[in-house]
Structures are given as structure tokens and as C-alpha cells.
Design a protein around this ligand. Sequence first.
Ligand SMILES: O=C(O)C(=O)C[C@@H](O)[C@H](O)[C@H](O)COP(=O)(O)O
Ligand SMILES: [Zn+2]
Length: 354
Amino acid sequence: MKYNLTINMKTGKYPVLIESGLFSSIGNLLGQHFPGKKLAVITDEHIWKTYGDFLGKQLNASHCQWDVLILPPGESSKSFDALAQIYKKLLSFQITRDDVIISLGGGIIGDVSGFAAATFLRGVYFVQIPTTLIGQVDSSIGGKNAINLPEGKNMVGTFYQPDYVFIDPDFVKTLSDFHMADGMAEIIKYACVADAELFSDLFRMSSYRDTDLIESIIYRCCLIKKQIIEQDEKDNGIRMLSNFGHTFGHAIEYLYPDGTYGHGQAVAMGMQIITEKSEAMGLTAINTSAMLKEILSEYNLPSALPEGIDKELLIQSALRDKKRRGNKINLVLLEKIGIGYIHPIEKTEIKNFI
Ligand SMILES: O=C(O)C(=O)C[C@@H](O)[C@H](O)[C@H](O)COP(=O)(O)O
Ligand SMILES: [Zn+2]
């Protein structure tokens, strides 16, 4: 199946192409869309090891000049150091505003490359080729980019929309179960806040390794995200819904920097703990947290906080959430499965939600 979407932002529009096998003609696609431009590819060591030779041939076929920067895998690449390496590479390759940065990788590579594309020369063309499920269903669309600070996740970034998003679901065939679950958490998130039917379908799905099925799920998530971000690019209203589970999720990731929990695993815990509390407070329909817990366990995702976690540190870290405004923090809660809403609280009340 082939799905085409157009994301219509106030600042311009861009296509999202979803098609199994798309990557096998990426050279032609890039050559067609960016004739004569320089292509600066940013990727990580794992991706390059698997796809480097193939991509090199494709880029040669694009008849564009190209170069590549290969970063280490993992969160350490969402840093000032990695950014400095990227700028250095872009300078040595003499990238101008007419040229293109291509992100080939998961959310981490997408985030740091997007930040570089937004800031180098105050903005160059940007293409996302997400290779992970989490990148394909969520982070490659919408223009959020970021690097981490020692004090917290995603603390510095911009909103900078890509010019193209090329999604090839075949990439996910080779993902480990851990990375598959990582992406499933964001799919469950979209189902929880916006699509009860998707939530039921996830229950019925027998294998998320079924390529046709995963393709249509990727499309459905991209469609939900399109509808959200077109109304609220800068995350001041409805877009906050796509941050369900992230207030505590980011905090958990921050407290376990060794990568014990991937982003999705941390978001899964974040969704569950906040829903249990909101249900107990009468802010969420009865039985919602049980349904959520069941689906998380179905996809091998954790739902309880890590044993022995320091709750005081967790709260401090959660208060750095970007949904905080002054002394208020906007929590994302579920009215019921399929309907999320924003619930502002005083920052002192956050302890009641863990
Ligand atoms: O695109 C969005 O909006 C999201 O919130 C998607 C999130 O799943 C994603 O993890 C995002 O990068 C988190 O953003 P942040 O604003 O909490 O840093
Ligand atoms: Zn996320």
C-alpha cells in the first residue's frame, strides 16, 4: 500500500510519503526533488553499518554532491558536542541555504539534525527519513527538534518543519523487540488521546510484525498527528495532547540516563501512573487505567514506576516540563480511551499524580 499525506502548516506545506520499499528509490526521489543541491546526510553508526553502502549508491544515482556525518548511537548525540560536529561538517562541505540536511535514523538523529537544519545559516532544507517505528509514527512529523541539557531532556530546540518526510515501513522489519515496543508506546498514546477505534484495533492485532498492518497503523498515527499539529504548531493548545505520558516519561528517562528505559518505555509508565491517579480522582472514566495497563502489557511495555525510584527527584524533573507555564503545569489526562484533555494544575499539586 502507498499512503500520501500533505501537512498544511501556516508557514507552508510538506508531503509525507509512506510506502514499503520507498528507500530503494531514495536516490531518484532526492535527485528529483533537490536537483543540483548538496545533500548532507546525518545518521548513526548502527544505521550506517546496515544501510551505508546501499545509501551511498543511491546518493550517487541522485547526481547530487553528498557527504555524511556518522554520530554515535544513543542520547549522547542529542548534545551540544554532536551539534558542534554537525556544524563543522556542514561548514567543511560548504553547505549553503540552498542545500539539504537529510536525517536518516530514529528520533535522536531526527531531533539533533532538525535542530541543526533550523539553526545553520538560520535554516536550510530538511528531509526526514525515519528508520524506527517511533520516528515513523511520531517524531519525524511536526517539526519539533531538540537537544538535551544536563538538567533535562529536550530542553533546547525549535519548531522547524521538514520539507519532505519519506517513510519506508520496511525499516521496522529489522527492529529489535525493545525498539518495536518503544514505537508501540507512541502508537498507544495516539490511540488513547484521539482514536478509540485504533485502541480496539491494537487489541485485535495479532502481530505487529505484519508489514501491511504496520503500514496502515503508521498512516493512522501520521493522520492523527497531522490533524493535531495543523491546528497548533507551537504546542500551546491541542498539540499538548501528543505529550500524554511525557511529563513523567521524560523525568524517568532523565533519572535513568543509561538507557534502561527507551523513550517509549518511559512514556508507557508516564501514561499509566498519571491515568491511575486521575481515575482515582474522578477525572478519568472508570476502568480506563485497567484497559491501558492491559494494552501496555500486550506490547511488553512497563506500566509501574521502577522499583526504588526517588519520587522527589521525579517531581523536580517533571516540573521542567515544557507544558509548565509559571506556577501552573498543563497535564494531559484521559477523559476515557480515545479522548484526551488538558488539565491545568498548580505545580504543587503534581505530587498527587504519581
Ligand atoms: O510532536 C509532539 O508534539 C510531541 O509531543 C511528540 C512526542 O512524542 C515527542 O516525544 C516530542 O519530542 C516530545 O516533545 P517535548 O515537547 O516534550 O520535548
Ligand atoms: Zn514521545
